[in-house]
Design a protein around this ligand. Structure first.
Ligand SMILES: Nc1ncnc2c1ncn2[C@@H]1O[C@H](COP(=O)(O)OP(=O)(O)OP(=O)(O)O)[C@@H](O)[C@H]1O
Ligand SMILES: [Mg+2]
Length: 233
């Protein structure tokens, strides 16, 4: 479904991605692991058109994405839930969800609203609440839901566990698994390797802008390097 080949991305003179290649098949839940500064966010931003690669290819279902505008990438079925759960803090929960569905505003958003409210019943109860007053976990649920309102085939999630209590993280990862089982292909970026691998089919490890390891979730969870670097021995 998604094929990334030899991607090079720069911030001015900083060479942030140095030939990143990986792929995600339809229906998969794939994790990109890596430490601070490895290039995880840069990779997602490039795939969703927010950054332009200096060279390399990104293909979605066989069509090139490197020079496609971000809103058009959304229209083609890709939603990106950014790092740091950027909800619109002054808008209500429902308004945030409607903004997420903007690319399909003419279609009825009813079925998608029902889908996210079933996943996150707490959002149904808090539809009229101002998003900035939600807890961190609720804001993350809203950020993911806003992405789902675009009815994506492919969902990018940038560190959904960041800054949340372990119990909430567990809940959100269960929700991500449920989203994947409902038919949405997921590319998850995480520092929380143990949790991410527990719900993933496969994964890649990024280090200073390069993929240094890939494998099934079980292979990676058993790999010595991954265990030492990301699973605390
Ligand atoms: N706006 C920017 N300007 C300059 N350099 C940047 C910018 N954003 C990221 N970088 C650099 O690019 C590299 C990759 O950063 P990136 O944010 O993709 O890492 P990350 O894996 O998402 O890290 P984290 O886990 O901290 O979110 C780092 O060296 C970072 O300092
Ligand atoms: Mg990041």
């Amino acid at each position: 479904m998604l094929r990334v080949s030899d991607l090079h991305v720069y911030y001015d003179t900083i060479h942030a991605l140095k030939g990143v290649s990986f792929s995600v098949e339809k229906g998969e839940l794939v994790t990109l692991l890596g430490a601070n500064g490895a290039g995880k966010t840069t990779t997602l931003k490039t795939l969703s058109g927010l950054l332009r690669p200096r060279s390399g290819k990104v293909e979605l279902e066989g069509a090139a994405l490197e020079n496609v505008a971000p809103h058009e990438i959304v229209r083609r079925g890709v939603a990106h839930v950014p790092e740091g759960r950027k909800v619109f803090p002054r808008f209500t929960v429902l308004e945030n969800l409607q903004i997420g569905g903007y690319s399909r505003a003419k279609a009825s958003l009813g079925p998608e609203l029902e889908f996210v409210f079933e996943l996150f019943p707490r959002l149904r109860d808090r539809q009229k609440q101002i998003a900035g007053t939600l807890s961190g976990g609720e804001q993350q649920m809203l950020a993911i839901s806003r992405g789902l309102m675009a009815k994506p085939k492919l969902l990018f999630l940038d560190e959904p566990s960041m800054g949340l209590a372990p119990k909430i993280v567990e809940q959100i990862l269960e929700n991500i698994r449920a989203i994947n089982r409902a038919g949405v292909t997921v590319l998850l970026v995480e520092q929380n390797a143990a949790m991410a691998l527990a719900i993933s089919h496969r994964g890649y490890v990024l280090e200073t802008g390069s993929v240094i390891l890939e494998g099934s979730a079980d292979e990676l969870a058993g790999n010595d390097l991954v265990r030492q670097a990301y699973l605390g021995g």
